[in-house]
Design a protein around this ligand. Structure first.
Ligand SMILES: NC(=O)C1=CN([C@@H]2O[C@H](COP(=O)(O)OP(=O)(O)OC[C@H]3O[C@@H](n4cnc5c(N)ncnc54)[C@H](OP(=O)(O)O)[C@@H]3O)[C@@H](O)[C@H]2O)C=CC1
Ligand SMILES: CC(=O)C(=O)O
Ligand SMILES: [Mg+2]
Length: 746
């Protein structure tokens, strides 16, 4: 209750997407400028998708007659759920959404209220409207409206439970055609789930449907309607208890506590129990496990494993449908979504997802038959499947030509890091490289290497013992990599050559030949760095097992700084729509003015290499002499040095970070050469740089990449020891990009 009431009451607000600060902004967004799109849309209605928010806007509409499993609470009391659905659209699929509660129980009044809203929206999500009215309402609105109309409790639930069923049958070795199912609840959700599982291969005669009156058998008269009778079968069973005897699967879409432990005991061995009523299931997982420990159990709730909830579907199904401007959401699109969800559960789960679920290692099996809602891969897995099915079934009004590009754009919608690096990842994909993953026996590095390979970035080389690595891959259920090489330093035919190379470097630094031999055999960072140095690999990543400085020292034994360059660390902050490079975050404690100037030049160069035209601010606690203190002099001198060097990028300082990043504050200094906010911040020292960047990172304020090592003569990156497999892939991609840029310069 507190959460819903705190701050601005409720869960949504509306934010403008265009500037609204000046008179000119107003003239463009409102009168007179707004007249132009109006006139254009009047001539060609399809232009509404180009000049208004329609194409990304969905209405969540309810009359509150079946609010979750709480029954008919009325339109107003349904608003918290509908606001919730609207924010889930935004959070999970970047679909803008608004809730509309329609205060009538009358089917025709409801239809007449909604049918005229098509101009406003790209789609209509009907929610929590009870059966059988919901069937008539949806059917009529689908006929009357030229945009997708989708009753989520029917089809969203059907799609997710079908995906869960596909996997639960797989895990228990059952075939659709032989599986006996009992569905409890013959309302919106129950009937739709039943129809979809039948279209996937469950046989009509193998399903018993029940409602508050018990089994829906052929010839029953009480409490019937045409949707129930379509599923009535010839059976002697009359009660839910009788129906469940020997059944393989239970689907609960009814109400809290509808099933007992006694009933579960009579089901077939290893039963599948989806107790999906919200907020409380038909039976709790604890109750099931107490009488049947090997059952596969799912609920609609977030606090148990296996959440079968339509939140896994509706945001992404609409995303795909909107993106091809589908006229409707048809059966082919629903089946495609169910299959995409089922397939995703069988893939390796990213660390970030495990972390969001209290570190529980999620792996395809009885406790993980379906992806979790916070899985960021859902957005690139489901909408493309839905969009493709729409195109193949002829309901897409704007087909997507580049489906691979579409999937990538989808991940970038929610992941600022992916968006910030998109140009780089594309370049790397087009020019795959050989990358050493030096700590090749570490599970995270193995998973990163597999992901790197399967994403098409290049050829990973894991350093380690083949049997150990293969065993880890088997134990963690990793999918096969498209390409993967394993090099054991002790067995490699290159060891002699590498030892000679290393000995030449170290012989006058106190090392004997056998010391070099030991380093090559035992230190994977040294072996890996030698692979890169000798041209046997293009780049390398490491950092999980040694702290940053140890790893860095080992690498420096093999690799020199680039001629004339300074070695330092650069951290990249990626906020939505904004990328900021901060340096030096790792090496120089108190850079001299010349070093500060060097850091500025090299960081500006890196920013440009990564596709961002640099605007450099030399950071201090003071701004252009205020407050005046000779401690800021070092930074001022660095600016003078840059002046003398006539560098090819915009820079200025000294200035404090708020001035550097805020256009309003910057405008108080009209003489500044920086006219727009800086995107490169050169910090005055290591204290300020590391403290500020680690604070931001650990508070989760902004996604961070790095620190990225700058100034080595070969592309090698060191991650932090707590890096996730995803972070490692990002660093590997950056190292590859660096390798490519060096080739271009050569
Ligand atoms: N996990 C998920 O994603 C979703 C879960 N649900 C849940 O499914 C349930 C039904 O929702 P919905 O279909 O929209 O609602 P409806 O009002 O359309 O249908 C409810 C159905 O459940 C039946 N029913 C109610 N209580 C019992 C009971 N004790 N035993 C047997 N049948 C019962 C009713 O029977 P009768 O016809 O005799 O009245 C009716 O057929 C809710 O709990 C809801 O939270 C719904 C959508 C998504
Ligand atoms: C999840 C959902 O939509 C429901 O329980 O009604
Ligand atoms: Mg619902």
């Amino acid at each position: 209750m507190l959460m819903h009431a705190s701050g601005r009451p409720g869960k949504i607000e509306i934010v403008p997407t265009k500037p609204m600060s000046t008179q000119r902004d107003l003239s463009l967004a409102y009168s007179p400028g707004v007249a132009f799109p109006c006139l254009h849309i009047a001539r060609d209605p399809s232009l509404a998708y180009d000049y208004t928010a329609k194409g990304n806007l969905v209405a969540v509409i309810s009359n509150g007659t079946a609010v979750l499993g709480l029954g008919d609470l009325g339109a107003l009391a349904s608003k918290p759920v509908m606001e919730g659905k609207a924010v889930l659209f935004k959070r999970f699929a970047d679909v803008d959404s608004i809730d509309l509660e329609v205060d009538t129980h009358d089917v025709d009044e409801f239809i007449n209220c909604v049918r005229y809203l098509a101009p406003s929206f790209g789609g209509i999500n009907l929610e929590d409207i009870k059966a059988p009215e919901c069937f008539i309402i949806e059917q009529r609105l689908r006929e009357l409206m030229p945009i997708p109309v989708f009753h989520d409790d029917q089809h969203g639930t059907a799609i997710i439970s079908s995906a869960g069923l596909i996997n639960a049958l797989d895990l228990t070795g059952r075939a659709m055609a032989d599986t006996k199912v009992v569905v409890n609840g013959a309302g919106a959700a129950g009937i739709a789930c039943l129809e979809l599982i039948k279209s996937l291969g469950i046989r009509h005669e193998n399903v018993i449907l029940c409602d508050t009156k018990g089994v829906i058998y052929q010839g029953r008269a009480e409490g019937m309607n045409q949707w129930k009778s379509a599923h009535a079968i010839d059976t002697p069973a009359r009660t839910l208890a009788e129906a469940l005897e020997g059944a393989d699967v239970f689907f609960g879409l009814s109400a809290k506590g509808a099933v007992t432990q006694e009933m579960i005991k009579t089901m077939a061995p290893r039963p599948i129990i989806f107790a999906m009523a919200n907020p409380d299931p038909e039976i709790t997982p604890e109750e099931v496990k107490a009488v049947c420990p090997d059952a596969i159990v799912a609920t609609g709730r977030s606090d148990y494993p296996n959440q079968i909830n339509n939140v896994l579907g509706f945001p992404y199904i609409f995303r795909g449908a909107l993106d091809v401007r589908a006229s409707t959401i048809n059966e082919a699109m629903k089946v495609a979504a169910a299959k995409a969800i089922a397939a995703l559960a069988r893939e390796d789960v990213p660390d970030e997802v495990d972390a969001a679920y209290s570190g529980r290692r999620l792996r395809y099996g009885a406790e993980y038959i379906i992806p979790v809602p916070f899985d960021p891969r859902l957005i690139s897995a489901i909408p493309p499947a839905v969009a493709k099915a729409a195109m193949d079934s002829g309901v897409a009004r704007r087909p997507i030509i580049d489906m691979v590009g579409y999937s990538r754009d989808l991940s970038a919608r929610l992941d600022p890091v992916a968006a910030g690096l998109q140009a780089i990842t594309e370049t790397v994909r087009a020019n795959p490289k050989r990358v050493v993953f030096a700590e090749g026996e570490e599970e995270k590095q193995i998973r990163a290497a597999v992901a790197f390979s399967n994403a098409g970035f290049g050829h990973p080389i894991l350093i380690g013992r083949e049997d150990r690595i293969r065993e880890t891959m088997r134990a963690t259920g990793l999918p096969a990599a498209e390409s993967l090489e394993i090099v054991n330093a002790r067995l490699s035919p290159k060891t002699k050559d590498y030892t000679d190379r290393l000995y030449r470097r170290l012989q006058r630094k106190g090392a004997l030949y056998r010391d070099a031999q030991r380093l090559v055999n035992q230190e994977r960072n040294i072996f890996g760095a030698l692979m890169v140095e000798s041209g046997d690999a293009d780049a390398m990543v490491t950092g999980l097992t040694r702290n940053y400085w140890q790893a860095f020292d080992e690498i420096k034994r093999v690799i020199d700084p680039a001629p004339g360059e300074l070695m330092f660390g650069m951290t990249v902050f990626v906020a939505k729509g904004r990328v900021v490079f901060v340096a030096d975050t790792t090496v120089l404690e108190r850079p001299t003015p010349v070093q500060l100037a060097d850091i500025a030049v090299q960081t500006a160069h890196k920013a440009r290499q990564m596709g961002h035209e640099p605007r450099v601010a030399m950071i201090s606690y003071s701004t252009f002499g205020n407050p005046s203190n000779n401690r800021a002099e070092r930074v001022r001198e660095a600016v003078d040095i840059l002046d003398a060097r006539k560098v090819d990028f915009v820079y200025d300082g000294e200035m404090s970070p708020d001035v550097a990043l805020d256009p309003e504050l910057l405008s108080h200094y009209p003489f500044s050469r920086l006219k727009e906010p800086a995107n490169v911040l050169v910090m005055p020292g290591l204290y300020s740089a590391t403290i500020s960047s680690k604070l931001l990172q650990k508070l989760g304020a902004v996604p961070v990449i790095g620190p990225i090592l700058v100034g080595l003569s070969h592309p090698i990156q060191v991650t932090s020891m707590d890096a996730s497999a995803n972070d490692i892939v990002t660093m590997a991609v950056l190292a590859c990009h660096d390798a490519l840029k060096r080739e271009t310069v050569k």
